[in-house]
Design a protein around this ligand. Structure first.
Ligand code: C2E
Ligand code: CA
Ligand code: CA
Ligand code: CA
Length: 281
């Protein structure tokens, strides 16, 4: 009936309005956080499997919300994308991470082989301004481009257009490292691996979860490693949670890995002690 219909409207509308209000409040909060305080980068070590040396870190963003506490990137990166804030966020991450690296270098915490990995959104890849931002931060900080590695998802690159390829070439031209993130999850097209100007792939953790439990898994890892190397690239293995996984990867000839087994992502202040402990080990 008409009355019921109206009722339903009365029931649903305030709910929708509430959701919209919460959302737009959250977007306002995020905008303020990018401009001011509240965003923070944690850093997760990437380890050389043969020696245990920390060869670099990946910068992972967190949002310290004034009332909701720590919010993880999977929850607010999509919001930033939708709200048109992702470029600003990416700019903040780039400058904060490279600035942090410069501080670690000048404090002799790390040497010239140490690299910082930065996650790049597909939007960043599509923006020529981003290349200029990378160039600018390298000039301002004096950090060697080889010590900065940009991580791009397989999806972003494969779905990309010619402009993306141009951007990749432009970024590569600056001398920074380019790595394909979450490798093995998206498109399984092999041919582009050889064509793209990238140096490394970071193999998604779903490819190693079965190491130590599934007897067929080592052969699969070996095959992926062989494929990656046949394309002239090197692989980093992420999501290593157990000693058994680390041993398998090392025995299969994998060079670098990352995961909770080695270290969780940590606040910047905790990195120097960890690096010092590993290099004197
Ligand atoms: P990702 O780039 O694949 O990052 C790896 C994620 O796996 C991180 O989650 C990390 O904390 C988690 N991880 C690390 N080791 C292990 C492990 O051993 N086991 C398990 N189960 N997980 C592990 P996090 O920090 O929540 O980041 C999630 C995603 O958010 C990232 O996935 C990345 O796509 C995105 N992200 C993070 N920081 C940034 C950023 O600064 N900019 C952009 N655009 N995206 C970011
Ligand atoms: Ca990543
Ligand atoms: Ca990943
Ligand atoms: Ca991921």
């Amino acid at each position: 009936s008409k009355a019921e219909g109206q009722n339903r409207l009365h029931i649903f509308e305030p709910g929708l309005l509430l959701v919209r209000r919460l959302r737009s409040q959250l977007v306002d909060d995020l905008r303020a956080a990018i401009k001011g305080q509240g965003l923070v980068l944690h850093y997760q070590p990437v380890v050389e499997l043969a020696t245990g040396r920390i060869e670099g870190v990946e910068a992972l963003i967190r949002w310290n919300h004034p009332s909701r506490g720590l919010i993880m990137p999977d929850e607010f990166i999509p919001l930033a994308e939708e709200a048109g804030l992702i470029s600003e966020l990416g700019f903040w991450v780039l400058n904060t991470a490279v600035g942090q690296l410069r501080d670690w270098i000048s404090d002799s915490v790390v040497d010239s082989r140490f690299s910082v990995r930065i996650n790049i959104s597909p939007t960043d890849l599509q923006s020529l301004q981003f290349i200029e931002d990378v160039r600018a931060v390298l000039t301002e900080t004096g950090v060697r481009p080889e010590q900065v590695v940009l991580e791009l998802t397989e999806m972003a690159i494969v779905k990309g257009n010619d402009l993306d390829r141009y951007s990749l070439g432009g970024l590569r031209g600056l001398g920074v490292g380019i790595e394909i993130d979450d490798f093995g999850t998206g498109y399984s097209s092999i041919s582009y691996l050889r064509k793209l100007p990238v140096d490394r792939v970071k193999v998604d953790r779903s490819l190693i979860v079965g190491l130590g439990t599934d007897p067929t898994q080592p052969a699969l890892v070996a095959a992926v490693l062989q494929l990656v190397r046949a394309c002239g690239l090197e692989a980093v293995w992420e999501g290593v949670e157990t000693a058994v996984q680390a041993d398998h990867l090392r025995n299969l000839g994998c060079l670098s890995a990352q995961g909770y087994f080695f270290s969780r992502p940590l606040p910047a202040e905790q990195i120097p002690a960890l690096v010092a402990a590993q290099s004197s080990a």
